[in-house]
Ligand binder design. Structure first.
Ligand SMILES: [Zn+2]
Length: 287
């Protein structure tokens, strides 16, 4: 676990050190389901290969870190079964299953699958994707620890009425660490979490990250920005890591407590403030 936190600490540090150079819509929180669909043309901004499967770089790095932590905890055998799936492939899959009358609740219609985002993975230990996976050591480990790496179990057993999808212990969605930790702590699906953010407008993630909902581009504070839906701009979520939590991450990374005194803390705050003031706040959709 420590190594994973180390990776996260460093990447967060770089994020701040670089000073929010480019403000862009990460799309990391996009809610994709039967009501909110991706267009046939949508492709993720960037994809990288993980053992032959394509994922967005953020999700790929997080997945690799999670695998390391899992093995360190003595849980072996997890493998990727599916990751990025283009619209056409989802369409073919849906048609094939539909012909066999199995599509309902098992295969999302084209445009309604998170796999098209490049942020979702299906994992397995024996090639089977079924409820029994949730009872395995790997399935149980993921239920406990996936959130620390930014992944959520997207279709929990007790939330099928909310998601409209059967229990899928093998399907993980990357949403980023602070959001995953919040959803995990409050037992929220992505549908519920997005409604919650829009209602509350300010949240504090368990790792100290500040999360804010703003409905206009002009009022965007500095931070990582994601819109919420693929088909409409109903506002943005701004995620702003706390300087203190970054230094704590770094301390954990080096295996000791960094004694960050008031002066150093103020210096970091100054740097963040300085750079965040100088960025161009105009964000564009990458899609
Ligand atoms: Zn899946």
């Amino acid at each position: 676990m420590k190594q994973a936190f180390c990776i996260w600490g460093l990447s967060l540090f770089l994020f701040v050190a670089v000073g929010f150079v480019a403000v862009r819509d990460t799309q990391i929180l996009w809610l994709v389901n039967g009501q909110h669909r991706l267009s046939a043309e949508y492709t993720p901004p960037e994809l990288v290969s993980v053992r032959g499967f394509l994922l967005r770089p953020e999700a790929a790095v997080a997945f690799a870190a999670m695998e390391v932590a899992m093995k360190r905890d003595g849980v072996y055998g997890l493998r990727l079964q599916s990751a990025y799936r283009p619209y056409a492939k989802q369409q073919a899959l849906y048609k094939r299953k539909h012909a066999a009358s199995q599509a309902q609740n098992l295969v999302a219609p084209p445009g309604a699958s998170e796999h098209q985002l490049g942020l979702a993975v299906d994992v397995t230990i024996d090639g089977a994707l079924n409820a029994a996976f949730g009872e395995t050591a790997a399935g149980e480990w993921l239920q406990q620890h996936a959130a620390a790496f930014g992944f959520v179990l997207r279709y929990p057993k007790e939330k099928t009425a909310v998601t409209g999808i059967s229990y899928e212990p093998w399907h993980l969605r990357y949403v980023g660490v602070p959001h995953a930790l919040y959803m995990h702590a409050h037992r929220l699906t992505l549908e519920e979490y997005i409604a919650h953010i829009m209602e509350e407008t300010r949240l504090l993630a368990p790792d100290g990250t500040q999360i804010a909902y703003v409905n206009a581009l002009e009022s965007l504070p500095a931070g990582e920005i994601s819109s919420l839906f693929p088909e409409s701009e109903a506002g943005f979520v701004v995620t702003r890591p706390q300087v203190v939590s970054i230094t704590n991450h770094l301390g954990a990374c080096f295996g000791r407590n960094l004694q960050i005194d008031q002066t150093t803390g103020s210096f970091f705050a100054y740097i963040v403030q300085r750079f965040s003031n100088s960025v161009d706040r105009v964000s564009g959709k990458v899609a």
